[in-house]
Structures are given as C-alpha cells and as structure tokens.
Ligand binder design. Structure first.
Ligand SMILES: Nc1nc2c(c(CN[C@H]3C=C[C@H](O)[C@@H]3O)cn2[C@@H]2O[C@H](COP(=O)(O)O)[C@@H](O)[C@H]2O)c(=O)[nH]1
Length: 337
C-alpha cells in the first residue's frame, strides 16, 4: 500500500530489504529467534522479559492518561550518548525509562505536562527543570524537544480541542486510521526518507504511540483497535541490535566497523535506512515463521503481532543488556526514534 506515493512501513521494509547492500537478513537467525519466542509463549500469551520497571507512569484511570501517552511518545527518541560521554539518567533510570521517570515526576509535582495549553508555550527553563537528571548531563536533542512540544501543542489546540482524545475518537477503533491522522497532521511524526529513488516510511513514533495506547488500556476503551496487528515493529536503535545479536540480521564489515568505532550514521543515509527497513522486514518474516510453526505443530496458541514481537525484543535487550552489548547499536541524531 502507498499513501501519496510514500510506501507504508511493511512495504518499505520489503523494498529496502530487497535492495540492501549493507544489511542482510539470515534464515538461520530467524529460525533461532522463532524457537526462542515460541518457548516464551505461555497460557496463550507471549511472556515479556522482565525489564524490572513497569510502573513509572500514571495509572490508566488518570484523567489525562491518553494525553500522557501522546506527549511521552512525542518525546520518545534519541536517548543515547557516545561511548565516551556520560548518559542522561533520571532517578537511576536510563534511556526511555528516564523519560518516563522525568514525566512522571513532573505530574507528581503538579506540572501540567500533559496539557497543550502548558507545553505549546513551554520555556527552555521549564523543560530543563522537568528533564533534570541525576547528574549535570541533559537530555539529548534538547532544542528539538522544545520544538516538538510547541508543534504538537499548537496543533492539538488549533484542531483537536486541546486533547489527543479527539484524534483517537476520529480514528474510530482503527490503528491504521489513527496512524494516518497522526502522520498527516503532526509533521514531527512524519518519519519518511528516500531510498533507491522511492519514498519510504518507518513511522516509528506514530506506530509506537498507537501500540502504547493499545497496551496501556489493555486493548479496551481508548486502546481498542481492531486492526492493531497491521502495525509493524518500531524501527528504533535497540531492536536492530537484538536482531543482529540473534543473527537474524547481519551488517557488512564496513558498517560493523563504523558502529564499533562509534561513528554516527547520517540521518537518511542508505546505511541507516537499511538497518531500519531490514529490521521491519525481518520481524515480518519472523512473524510468518512463527505462524507456520504454530500451524505445522498444531499448537493451540495465537500468532503474536509484530508490535508484541517488537516489545519482546526491546525488553529482551533491557533484561540481557550485558550480553547484547557485544553488538554495537547504530547512532543517528534525529527526532524519529
Ligand atoms: N522498538 C521499540 N523501541 C522502543 C520501545 C520503547 C519503550 N516502549 C515501551 C515501554 C513501556 C511501554 O509499554 C512501551 O511500549 C522505547 N523505544 C526506543 O528504544 C530506544 C531506547 O532504548 P533504551 O536505551 O533501552 O531505553 C529509543 O529509540 C526509544 O525510542 C519499544 O517498545 N519498542
């Protein structure tokens, strides 16, 4: 499927994987990871590796829970630092969980961080306070985060009555419709690129936003989406690392050396696009293999969606950080992931 000539993520992944020169998808790795995932399905549910932190957010009954998920995923990008630099840490948490910890602390301190009336005009000083870390290291891409908050806040106020709930209602229980509403109306979610003469898309933050609503509300009320299985994995910098760890993907020697030397990949470069696109396609192939195995062995379990497989892999990296760290992850400066 294409939208205005831009291929949707699943098709983009297939196209990119077909032309990729720096990244390969491997059958053996696929088989190995398929076994690992099947062995983690219990009581008909994929059991997620324990990351040790699942409650650094407001409850789903919080009056602005939907807006909390929206603002969190608007800021859900680029938490890494270069090998020699110190990391941004909040209350002992790193990466994405540091963001959750900072936003949660703000809510507890009665800062109106879920309200676009507040964040559409947020000042540098206010955001610095909200994101204050355990050391003097500040959150990466600080200025871009201010711009993202101003942009999404103003659009919510102008078009959506000041709440993301309006967008969710408009989507009428369709994950793909909500994805389109977000991508069409909020430019900072338009995660697209040119590859081999074609416009491709990944929509990492927009897809994870929809999946997080689904997850947060257990597939009911604000999180009820009938087509949630149409989402792909969320092409970030962690899940590719796990895919390489399991041998599902491999990098050319040249690319691997760059990553080992901590060289940044240019946003929109072929290497970066191939890592992201091949990750999407690799997870689609993995899902297909899981489905085939389930059928072949007459297992009485349902096939996990790509977003559940994604979440499993993301949590796997968190739980097995030491082992997976032998594989370098790619570093690109940008607001998309
Ligand atoms: N593919 C994928 N990427 C994800 C997530 C999450 C967290 N989401 C869940 C957590 C609880 C909720 O239920 C959410 O569903 C963050 N990231 C990305 O990872 C990177 C940071 O990684 P680390 O250094 O380890 O914190 C960064 O690009 C960030 O944007 C996910 O689930 N899948």
């Amino acid at each position: 499927m294409d939208r205005d000539g831009v291929m949707l993520p699943a098709k983009s992944g297939e196209f990119i994987a077909k032309h990729a020169k720096h990244v390969k998808i491997n059958k053996d790795g696929n088989e190995k990871l398929c076994k690992e995932i099947l062995s983690s399905i219990k009581y008909n549910q994929l059991q997620m590796p324990d990351t040790g932190s699942d409650s650094i957010h407001p409850s789903k009954d919080h009056p602005r829970a939907v807006d909390w998920v929206f603002v969190t995923d608007a800021l859900n990008f680029c938490f890494w630092s270069k090998n020699k630099e110190k990391q941004w840490v909040v209350d002992g948490y790193t990466g994405y969980f540091a963001l959750e910890a900072a936003l949660n602390r703000a809510i507890k301190n009665s800062v109106d961080i879920t309200n676009p009336e507040f964040y559409s005009k947020i000042t540098k000083e206010q955001l610095l306070n909200i994101m204050k870390g355990d050391t003097d290291v500040i959150i990466p891409l600080f200025d871009q985060r201010i711009s993202v908050l101003h942009e999404i806040g103003n659009i919510l106020l102008e078009k959506y009555n000041g709440t993301f709930e309006t967008c969710v209602k408009e989507a009428n229980k369709s994950a793909i419709k909500l994805l389109e509403i977000v991508v069409d109306n909020f430019p900072c979610f338009r995660d697209e690129a040119m590859y081999n003469g074609r416009a491709v898309s990944f929509y990492k933050r927009a897809q994870i936003l929809v999946a997080d609503l689904w997850n947060f509300f257990n597939g009911t009320s604000w999180g009820q989406f009938e087509d949630v299985d149409k989402l792909t994995m969320f092409a970030d910098y962690r899940v590719p690392q796990v895919l390489v760890y399991f041998g599902v993907m491999s990098y050319s020697d040249e690319l691997m050396n760059k990553l080992k030397n901590d060289e940044l990949l240019e946003s929109g470069s072929d290497e970066e696009i191939e890592i992201r696109g091949c990750s999407i396609h690799a997870v689609e192939l993995l899902k297909k293999r899981i489905e085939d195995e389930i059928k072949e062995k007459h297992l009485n379990v349902s096939v996990p969606s790509s977003s559940l497989i994604d979440y499993y892999l993301w949590c796997y990296r968190r739980k097995h950080a030491k082992e997976v760290e032998s594989i370098p992850y790619h570093k690109t400066l940008g607001i998309f992931y």
